[in-house]
Design a protein around this ligand. Structure first.
Ligand SMILES: Nc1ncnc2c1ncn2[C@@H]1O[C@H](COP(=O)(O)OP(=O)(O)OP(=O)(O)O)[C@@H](O)[C@H]1O
Ligand SMILES: O=C(O)C1=C[C@@H](O)[C@@H](O)[C@H](O)C1
Ligand SMILES: [Mg+2]
Length: 174
């Protein structure tokens, strides 16, 4: 198995299903699930939105990289849902590819827009916008990230698939 004893890192845009698929996969494999965003919240003792607001993105990215590095150092098998931006800063992606198995959950702009639906209070950026506006916002903000995601060792399209099907497909490719 490709992932024998190594951490499995799920990467992709917000709404691509990293948390949902990650939890399912960890149950199927019988190994722990860790959400990198939760580790950051624990370490900082405050919400990510507060870290962004009070300290700015540069600070957040440094904390994110440090939390990722300590997860990698522990060298045990686990499924890690990374943050949407994690592979796109510093050498985070190289580290994940070197010491773990990376999987990009590829999802179209249209599908992402439908998932991060307007009105969801946890995504203030998209609140009150129509579906097509959400799609444009996503593209404008995040197109630059795609070349990073595409360097993952495994790429799985999530299009028209249930999260459970995505987890099963990933399991078969590990
Ligand atoms: N394959 C799928 N098909 C349809 N809906 C999905 C699929 N995977 C996830 N979802 C739904 O999309 C939403 C976002 O999923 P999830 O929170 O797992 O994404 P994420 O990549 O962890 O996002 P974030 O980066 O914001 O943490 C959830 O409502 C989830 O139920
Ligand atoms: O896409 C991003 O840049 C982010 C996604 C979230 O998972 C968090 O890591 C944070 O809100 C930043
Ligand atoms: Mg998530």
């Amino acid at each position: 198995m490709l992932a024998d004893g190594k951490p499995i890192f799920l990467i992709g845009l917000p709404g691509s299903g990293k948390t949902t698929v990650g939890k399912l996969l960890s149950t199927q494999l019988g190994i722990p699930f860790i959400d990198l965003d939760d580790i950051i919240v624990q370490r900082e003792g405050r919400a990510i939105s507060e870290v962004f607001e009070k300290e700015g993105e540069d600070y957040f990215r440094k904390v994110e990289a440090a939390c990722l590095a300590s997860l990698i150092e522990s060298k045990d098998s686990k499924v890690v849902a990374t943050g949407g931006g994690t592979p796109c800063f510093f050498d985070n992606l190289e580290k994940m590819n070197r010491d773990g198995v990376t999987c990009y959950l590829e999802t179209s702009w249209k599908e992402l827009a439908a998932r991060v639906a307007p009105g969801e209070s946890i995504r203030p950026l998209f609140k009150g916008l129509a579906g097509s506006e959400v799609m444009t916002q996503l593209q404008e903000r995040f197109s630059w990230r795609l070349p990073f995601y595409q360097k993952a060792q495994i790429i799985i399209s999530t299009e028209n698939k249930l999260a459970s099907d995505v987890a099963t497909e990933l399991l078969a490719r590990l």
